[in-house]
Design a binder for this molecule. Sequence first.
Ligand code: F6R
Length: 586
Amino acid sequence: MCGIFAYQGKKTDVANLIFYGLKSLEYRGYDSWGILIKKNNHHFYLKRQTGKITDEKLKTIVATEGFGHTRWATHGGVLEKNTHPHFDCQKQIFVVHNGIIENFTQLKQNLIKKGHKLYSETDTEVLPHLAEELGKKINDRLKIIKEIIKKIKGLNAIIFYFFKNGEFYAFKNSSPIVVGKNYDGVFLASDAAALAPYTNKVYFLDDGEIIVIKNKNLSLFDKNGKPKKISFIDLNYKAQDTFLGQYKHFMIKEISEQPKVLTTIAETQEQNLKKAAKLIKNSYGSYLIGCGSAYYACLVGTYFFSKIAKRHINAAVASEFSYLVDFLKETSLVIPLSQSGETIDIISSVKKAKEKKAKVLAITNVLGSTLYREAHEKLLLLAGPEKCVLATKSFTAKLAFLYLLAHILNGSFKKGKENLKKAIKEVKKIINEADKIKKLASLLKNKKHIFILGRGVSYPVALESALKIKESSYIHAEGFAGGELKHGVIALIEKQTPVIIYNPSDETYEDTLSSAYEVSARGAYVIGIASKNNPVYNQFFSIEDCDDATTIPNVVFAQILGYYLTLARGFDPDKPRNLAKSVTVK
Ligand code: F6R
């Protein structure tokens, strides 16, 4: 969702720097943007506009400090007046903000009564006016910020910029702020990936802490305003991992990276997974939670645990989990799965689980993310930065972790690893068949509906496949459990309705084949994904059986199909409409 990038230092092309900083945050999703540059002690450059980040003029401005923001509208429409930075009556205090000020209506009314003029429909605009108002009585800017923290409610990441003094004050509650430093200056961003081209030394601000940038230096203060040492950590990826390189889109780049990611997991995670398995064994009830794709990974996990580890594990959508926490106790284990580690529904659930004293084992892709820091124990997905809004490599990485974890619980890690390696071979094979999938996409591109069927562990794979197709191609796609066909779904099948059938040679094979015949008898265009071909399939894609790890190449087929459907229909796979990469507001 919204993105923040700020710099103060020796570099004189700060506008250009912020421009590229905001560009690198585009993937989070946004509908408008703004930038403030201090030109000298009396003049600034302020630009706020709706739509894509474009401004050639920025590159010519000579200046050494400023900040920018990409906005994903929550309070107030996509209008120039609602874009950040917002400012006070004197245009001396500027603010960029991610999140929601829940009590802004009350604050706004009080400020208006005191004579402040507010022009936007946003919650953010109250912030610079609050600072202006408090500044009438308080001289110390740190104290003003501490007062503001006390007055506002909600989950936020906020940066104040005091123009005359050239000082930035940043703080957060839940939403991330990352601090960076290199030999020429200091940075603030909402995402470590935006800092990767400039530094690999970062600090993830904690809730309630205040970071101050003044005279190109950083000072950190704890919740009580006491100075604190900043302990920088090393980013676990390189800047080039965040670039497109030879690829046209991040989606296809990230799909293609899957064999490498999965191999790293297979080769390096045994010890970490053993520790995680111990936590599961010692717990009385384990709960996988996630949103969207991550939730579907949780569902796949329930089948892995039942079939391989002979263990019951619960799965819940994270936004619902917070209504289900009453049964949690000290011995419960909550396992949140989240690529970004910032998804608000995950963070809220984790906080509630911790209130109940449950243990939290996070599986996330982002080192230093809020989830990473909130959890008692953590596993890093090692998928590298995922910039396409659609989850691809992070999804299969989650499956690989859960698959190996189930095998460790069963005492059969070696077998799990062998099967995962077979699956990696199949992933490579399906990536090499991209041209055939592209042809299928051009055949299906004008269809209104695509249905996807699977049984057992292939059922959540069908759900995830449907999500991959609908998110960016905007074709209605729906995943079903094969057994549900006769309970209503079959009514939707007409002549030439595309139905994708996942039919690995497992215990579901015969029943799934029957489903294929049933839809075929009603005129469906049947696409079989299986190790064995059958005349019922109008098109067939061969994926060898690799035990339940077949789920991984199966989903890669749908990722590639989703990608080509999106291109065939003329849309951008990396930035689907209305979607954001990190869903940091409810
Ligand atoms: C789908 C997708 C989303 C995310 C969901 C959770 O392609 O990307 O459904 O999976 O928003 O995000 P994380 O994993 O960051 O918590």
